[in-house]
Design a protein around this ligand. Structure first.
Ligand SMILES: NC(=O)c1ccc[n+]([C@@H]2O[C@H](COP(=O)([O-])OP(=O)(O)OC[C@H]3O[C@@H](n4cnc5c(N)ncnc54)[C@H](O)[C@@H]3O)[C@@H](O)[C@H]2O)c1
Length: 327
């Protein structure tokens, strides 16, 4: 059986997901692509149906399930329309830019609708993060006490804001930290050094966030969108008897001109290519089997938004320690 997938949003992520679904995922075919920019939809469709209207794609009887990779503010309305049409949805993070909108989505789709919704927190499928979680579960480093996360990119969009750094980037840590520790984030705080001269007006970059989970573990998150030198993702879990860290993915070493060097990825796609592929495969398999989603759920998306919103409150209130409103 083949799952006929429609992809909404044919930008960086949508085109990448369409490509992965076609070439690297068993049991899936991309039958339609929609983008407000029709030329982009056509390019990513590779001969499948191209739409300039997401709702026309959702209504297409040749589309069984929908991947949403459009801009953050339109995720909510597209998720609701796709679920109401009875189609399984994999929505890229975030479910919505604010907690209130995320909660509204869950209210509008209701309990049975939630079963159709999965969220694209792909780090849950990254082999490195999966091993970190397994090692914590196995007790190999003893009980965790600290988690240090570093998230650096080359450059941000020219209109990026300080809040976007949280809802668009640190939202991944807002999801993956409680997932790793199996404990919800209950309290956060925010602090920042002087603004990098590489950051645009309106963007505090870098930022430092503290997340305290219900188990008492404290996590740090550095988010630095304009670190310039490469896309770098680090996570170290410190336990009572040792530590476990993600290693840099294997890349070539270049030796010459009196130096030894390795390259960095320019963005997240090569770093998380395996995670995206494994996530899409797990989604397709579960939809075809009629099984519960093994991906992050709509509720996980709302939980991550609740953490992000508390971080933004702390940012706006001079770094005050802020409780997370439980979803
Ligand atoms: N999971 C991850 O690691 C990850 C990484 C990057 C981006 N994202 C998320 O993926 C989504 C897409 O990000 P991107 O980097 O590909 O952005 P992008 O700007 O490259 O692509 C977004 C596309 O959506 C289209 N679009 C916007 N509104 C639309 C609408 N109403 N209907 C149809 N198409 C519409 C745009 O024209 C554009 O082509 C965002 O929500 C982003 O937060 C996730």
């Amino acid at each position: 059986m083949t799952l006929r997938v429609g992809v909404i949003g044919a930008g960086i992520m949508g085109a990448d997901h369409a490509n992965t679904l076609r070439r690297s995922v068993r049991g899936a075919d991309v039958t339609a692509v929609a983008d407000v920019d029709l030329a982009r939809a056509e390019a990513a469709a590779e001969g499948a149906t191209a739409y300039d209207d997401a709702f026309a794609l959702i209504a297409d009887p040749a589309v069984d399930a929908v991947v949403i990779a459009s801009h953050d503010p339109v995720h909510a309305v597209q998720v609701v329309a796709a679920v109401r049409a009875g189609k399984a949805v994999l929505c890229e993070k975030p479910l919505a830019p604010t907690l209130a909108e995320g909660r509204q989505v869950l209210r509008e789709i209701g309990g049975p609708g939630e079963a159709l919704l999965s969220l694209g927190f792909m780090r849950r499928f990254d082999p490195g993060y999966v091993q970190l979680r397994q090692a914590i579960d196995d007790g190999s480093i003893g009980a965790p006490v600290l988690v240090h996360n570093v998230s650096r990119g080359v450059s941000s969009a020219p209109n990026a804001t300080s809040e976007f750094s949280i809802t668009g980037s640190a939202i991944h840590e807002c999801d993956v930290v409680p997932w790793l520790l199996r404990s919800p984030v209950v309290e956060v705080s925010w602090i920042a050094p002087r603004r990098s001269s590489q950051a645009n007006e309106g963007l505090q970059d870098p930022q430092l966030i503290h997340l305290r989970t219900a188990d008492g573990v404290l996590s740090t998150v550095e988010t630095f969108l304009n670190a310039r030198y490469g896309y770098v993702m680090r996570c170290e879990v410190v336990g009572e008897n040792g530590t476990i860290s993600l290693t840099e993915p294997a890349r070539v070493v270049i030796e010459g001109e009196l130096k030894r060097s390795t390259g960095y990825a320019a963005d997240w796609r090569p770093r998380f290519a395996d995670a995206y592929r494994l996530e899409l495969q797990a989604w397709v398999d579960s939809v075809l089997a009629g099984a519960p989603t093994p991906l992050a759920t709509g509720r996980d998306g709302v939980a991550a938004s609740a953490v992000a919103e508390a971080v933004i409150t702390s940012m706006h209130e001079g770094g005050r320690v802020t409780e997370v409103e439980l979803p």
